[in-house]
Write a new protein. Sequence first.
Length: 204
Amino acid sequence: MIDLYAAGTSNGMRARLALEECGLQYTFHPIDLMKGEHKTPQFLAMNPFGQIPVMQDSEGPGGKPVTLHQSSAILMYAAEKSGRFLPKDPAARPAFLEAYMSASTDITPQFGAVFTALRAKEVHAPTAELLKQRLKLHFKVWDDLLGKRKYAAGSEFTIADLSLYAGYWRTKGALAECVAGLPNLERWGNEIGARPGVQRALKI
Ligand SMILES: N[C@@H](CCC(=O)N[C@@H](CS)C(=O)NCC(=O)O)C(=O)O
């Protein structure tokens, strides 16, 4: 049995996309960040960082229970458990790792930086703008890449697409100007967004 504790943020969505697309049954426990449900002693026992998402699998490797935080770790865990969306060809792995890491460590944290700057009590406009431009630049590079390849890591759909989609979806919803005018990214986003597993994940 898998339990997922998450909210409708990019990191939370990455974990939902993982479980839905990998076809793993799970119980979803929505966490209200505004109410601080991620800072309770019970939650901190699962993730000492006090952040969503957290996944618990009562049947982890060797039949032992696993508690896992870090959205990209959950995504990788789901792919390995289900045997899906990881390139089988070792020659395809470096490009996959590169795409996966960019999606996970460039896009979402940069989105988080912009969002944090904009939510400050006293917004420092030049800093917020600088951070936003960096996010736009990341997406511009992805737009160029997706002009030359069908999926994030090449010709095969992988969890790099799911990781990137989480950040794309969140940015499109909250900072649409950062993904505007990027036709290859949009073509890719429409395709990924139409997948039934992605559609289920988005119904949060
Ligand atoms: N590296 C972590 C980041 C998790 C994270 O930043 N979660 C945010 C929501 S997207 C959160 O829980 N924020 C509330 C807080 O930090 O208090 C991951 O990928 O899961």
